[in-house]
Design a protein around this ligand. Structure first.
Ligand SMILES: [Zn+2]
Length: 139
């Protein structure tokens, strides 16, 4: 991996489980590394609707979502109708007796949330993402 300007960008392959625990708070670790879910309407970004800026992966700093794609879904978690291309990966998740599509950071493979097909135009997608999995960046 090449040198980067961003101090918090990491090569996730280099981190041990113990190092992840050191980098992240208990709640962040539970969500990002153990595929947990923050309590509904509890997240700091649920009612956060800046005019611009972006949301980055809290674990590795990768740009995930543009604030322009954030919308009020009423579901209790931050929702976006689009993700930055190639920043996230999706896989089918059949845990908890449901069939959902899990969203992970493509760089560090941390769990972010799920994506559903009931979002608004132009994509029809609803990326339902945990606040603790992201960090808002005004730039
Ligand atoms: Zn990441």
């Amino acid at each position: 991996m090449s040198e980067t300007e961003e101090g918090d960008a990491v090569d996730p392959g280099d981190l041990t489980d113990e190092e992840w625990r050191e980098r992240l708070s208990e709640e962040e670790y539970r969500v990002l590394r153990e595929s947990g879910t923050e309590a509904k309407f509890s997240g700091e970004y649920v009612d956060h609707h800046p005019d611009d800026g972006e949301y980055r992966c809290r674990a590795c700093g990768t740009l995930l979502f543009d604030a322009e794609t954030k919308y009020e879904s009423g579901c209790g978690w931050p929702a976006f109708y689009a993700a930055e291309e190639e920043s996230v990966t999706t896989t089918v998740d059949t845990s908890h007796g449901m069939r959902r599509t899990e969203v992970r950071c493509a760089n560090c493979d941390s769990h972010l949330g799920h994506v559903f097909d009931d979002g608004p135009e132009p994509t029809g997608k609803r990326f339902c993402i945990n606040s603790v999995a992201m960090e808002y960046d005004e730039e």
